[in-house]
Design a protein around this ligand. Structure first.
Ligand SMILES: [Zn+2]
Length: 332
């Protein structure tokens, strides 16, 4: 769908602004995206500063029974982690993803007609992107899936895309969007990526497992269309128990390499664990989204970072994730 007239044209990067940052001879999607990121870091001081601070973040690794989880202490994420996502609260704030409300210096790179690629001003990774609909419309996976698969396939797997359901980590549940990071940044993606190299059994292959209390449904596909059909089917089946017009609570990741795509479905039981709402020493400010359930736990407060243990992390996953049995029960 073409949306003309809503977009504030000052938010869209022009070919002239992009030109000085393009590699010689490079005009493909990857080169344009690289140039866009360079332009934004060169001309938007707050973004460059946020990336510099990213290198200073405290990090450590937890060894859980089935996998490793990385902890990142990131005070820059406090606002997102504690974002009020109730409908009333959301309705009272200006939407920071609407094209007319972008930050000073922030520009968007148009993508697939009605999307804008934006640099995330509060990055978790180097080159952390938000791909936002040009329309202010509800966060729904069915609306985001085709763009997510197109984004990953168009960049030949150089970036991975992830989606937070409206009640599963999205800090703007009222504005359709997904996020992206360079391939290999998400621990779960690194753990699952070798499966892309296994010989396929037909056009699509599902694999279900529960690792460290997180149910994981992995779908491998040789074409974008086949992946979309399978993921769309699975999410529709999971959503049968959701309110009419709503969707199942879940996070979803798409990654790939040339000629291969994979989708990872992570169904959710709860948005935030009880420790988020606790007070005193029992409190731990963690609000898991796709990144956290994919093995990179973001903790804005240093005391939570220092006090996190293997047992607490497993308990948080048990509280907010469902097992793989819910997906196996509704597999085609
Ligand atoms: Zn909006």
């Amino acid at each position: 769908m073409h949306i003309v007239g809503i977009l504030n044209t000052y938010t869209e990067i022009s070919p002239e602004q992009l030109l000085p940052y393009l590699d010689a001879g490079g005009e493909d999607a990857r080169a344009r995206l690289r140039a866009f990121i360079r332009q934004q870091r060169a001309t938007w001081p707050a973004l460059e500063q946020a990336h510099c601070r990213l290198g200073e973040r405290l990090r450590r690794t937890l060894r859980l029974p089935d996998s490793t989880v990385e902890l990142q202490c990131n005070p820059g994420r406090a606002r997102s982690t504690t974002a009020k996502v109730a409908a009333d609260d959301v309705a009272q704030r200006p939407c920071f993803l609407c094209p007319g409300n972008l930050y000073p210096g922030q520009l968007g790179l148009p993508f697939a007609q009605d999307w804008l690629i934006l640099n995330n001003p509060f990055p978790i990774f180097t080159d952390h992107l938000v791909i936002s609909s040009m329309r202010h419309t509800d966060q729904l996976l069915a609306s985001a899936l085709p763009a997510m698969a197109g984004f990953v396939a168009g960049l030949e797997g150089g970036f991975s895309a992830f989606y937070n359901g409206a009640r599963c980590g999205a800090s703007a549940p009222d504005h359709l969007h997904f996020q992206a990071c360079p391939a290999g940044m998400l621990p779960l993606e690194r753990q699952l990526r070798p499966l892309l190299d296994e010989p396929p059994h037909g056009k699509t292959t599902w694999l279900f497992c529960t690792r460290d209390n997180r149910g994981i449904g992995l779908c491998r596909a040789q074409s974008r269309e086949a992946l979309l059909e399978q993921l769309g089917d699975m999410c529709a089946r999971l959503s049968r128990t959701a309110a009419p017009g709503g969707e199942a609570d879940l996070n979803l990741i798409i990654f790939g390499r040339p000629g291969h795509l994979a989708g990872v479905v992570l169904p959710r039981r709860a948005h935030r664990p009880a420790c988020f709402f606790a007070s005193g020493d029992g409190q731990c400010v963690i609000s898991p989204g796709a990144v956290d359930v994919a093995g990179l736990a973001i903790l804005p407060r240093q005391e939570d970072f220092e006090r996190m243990t293997e047992e607490k992390m497993l308990a948080i996953y048990r509280e907010v994730c469902l097992g793989a049995d819910v997906m196996e029960a509704c597999a085609p």
